[in-house]
Write a protein that binds this ligand. Structure first.
Ligand SMILES: Nc1ncnc2c1ncn2[C@@H]1O[C@H](COP(=O)(O)OP(=O)(O)OP(=O)(O)O)[C@@H](O)[C@H]1O
Ligand SMILES: [Mg+2]
Length: 410
């Protein structure tokens, strides 16, 4: 049985499913997946917990299944956070170095200076992700400690989220006797699992299309530049099918997964499918193209919203590596082709990678966030010194913050 300090658990609390993925970290830093538990999610809307009881129940069942498969007792998890309450800002801070050489303390101070910004009272800082440091006007520095200079500047991406949403996630986990090691923005987690370093360097857009939300993150020169959440996902496609095909949500979701496509031209006109009816009526035959005709405009609309957001962010022309689509809805037939057409850039499907063990069971884009949470956790564990300059302290602060949100009672 795996030792506890080697076990990493990613708990992806999604709108459609809860996925609990368990991995074991080897001494060489390799991460092997040893178990997974999934359960349909019942208490979320558009990425946000709206029913604690139902969410707790779904988490419990997913975690139990994962524990059984992995043969470990799960005590703490890395979990994701999403929803349209999330905001991303670029900010920067400047300090004078104390001894003409940049120390850890200077870096901590400059990050603190960068986070000093006016955020609404109901929002809290979730992440401060350093983009680059500038020492005496020399820009593009990623590892500033030990370098000479008197003026240290940091450019950072600050991500904030609604306090109550974060609190509810922690509450649900605590109710299942789970500690939350850290809470990670879902697209930041997914990016750990599906993006390659060279893509982050030359510029890439990550688009995670789940059930309730579409999460976007833009990377350039190795770090995150822009984040955005659109409260539309695969559930909206399913709802359109419910209305268009007059069938139940369950059947519509299954039909979508099996026969759905978002490009009518991909579906042969002679293909027929059977639509189960409601109210005891007999199933009806229908051309498969009808489904594509319903789905195509909705996906197009979503892609246009993403395109507008990219234009607003100013990064549309700078992402040389194009776009990576992930999340369950990226599996819809024709997604990559339609995205290439609308964005006029190279697009690929992002499946989780960078792990060993039971790779096949987590190879679906649906598990990008869950696997990414594990890789995020591993990066923190494996490299505490390097992370100290930025994320390690952040990690400690996340704890302090979470304790703060709950008062002194936890
Ligand atoms: N093969 C498929 N074709 C089309 N859609 C699919 C397929 N498989 C899954 N989906 C859709 O993907 C969605 C679920 O994706 P995912 O598991 O990534 O969402 P989630 O993480 O639970 O939700 P969110 O991230 O929005 O909170 C559902 O809407 C489901 O219908
Ligand atoms: Mg998701």
């Amino acid at each position: 049985m795996a030792k506890h300090d080697q076990v990493l658990v990613g708990l992806d609390i999604g709108t459609s499913k809860i996925a609990c993925i368990v991995a074991e970290a080897g001494p060489d830093g390799k991460v092997d997946i040893i178990g997974i538990g999934t359960h349909p999610s019942r208490g979320l809307r558009k990425g946000v917990v709206v029913n604690i009881e139902s969410t707790v129940e779904s988490i419990r069942l997913a975690v139990e299944e994962a524990e059984l498969m992995a043969g470990v007792d799960i005590q703490s998890v890395f979990t994701g956070i999403a929803g349209s309450h999330i905001r991303g800002y670029n900010s920067h801070g400047v300090v004078a170095t104390q001894n003409n050489e940049v120390t850890q303390e200077d870096v901590d101070r400059v990050i603190d200076a960068a986070r000093a910004m006016n955020i609404p009272a109901d929002q809290k800082v979730l992440h401060i992700l350093p983009q680059e440091y500038i020492i005496d006007n020399q820009d593009g520095i990623r590892e500033p400690i030990g370098m000479s200079g008197v003026r240290l500047e940091a450019k950072v991406h600050v991500i904030t989220g609604a306090v109550s949403s974060a609190q509810n996630i922690v509450k649900c986990c605590n109710r299942c006797d789970l500690d939350v090691s850290d809470m990670v923005l879902e697209q930041v987690a997914s990016s750990e699992a599906v993006l390659m370093q060279d893509e982050r360097d030359i510029g890439v857009v990550l688009v995670d299309i789940g059930g309730g939300t579409t999460d976007i993150a833009v990377f350039l020169n190795g770090s995150i530049r822009h984040t955005h959440v659109i409260p539309i996902g695969g559930d909206h496609l399913t709802n359109d099918l419910v209305i268009g095909l007059r069938t139940s949500a369950r059947e519509a979701d299954q039909l979508k997964r099996k026969y759905g496509a978002c490009l009518t031209s991909l579906v042969p006109p002679e293909d027929q499918i059977e639509i189960p009816s409601v109210g005891g009526r007999a199933p009806r035959p229908m051309p498969r193209q009808v489904m594509a005709q319903i789905l195509e405009p909705r996906v197009e609309e979503l892609f246009e919203m993403i395109r507008d957001e990219l234009q607003r962010s100013g990064y549309q022309e700078l992402v040389a590596a194009g776009m990576v689509l992930t999340g369950g809805s990226s599996l819809l037939d024709g997604m990559v082709d339609l995205a290439e057409e609308i964005f006029d850039m190279p697009v690929r499907l992002g499946r989780p990678q960078g792990v060993g063990g039971l790779v096949d069971v987590v190879s679906s884009p649906m598990y990008a966030t869950g696997v990414g949470l594990i890789l995020y956790g591993q990066r923190y564990r494996q490299n505490p010194m390097k992370m100290k300059s930025t994320d390690h302290n952040l990690f400690a602060r996340v704890w302090m913050r979470m304790r703060g949100w709950f008062g002194d009672t936890t």
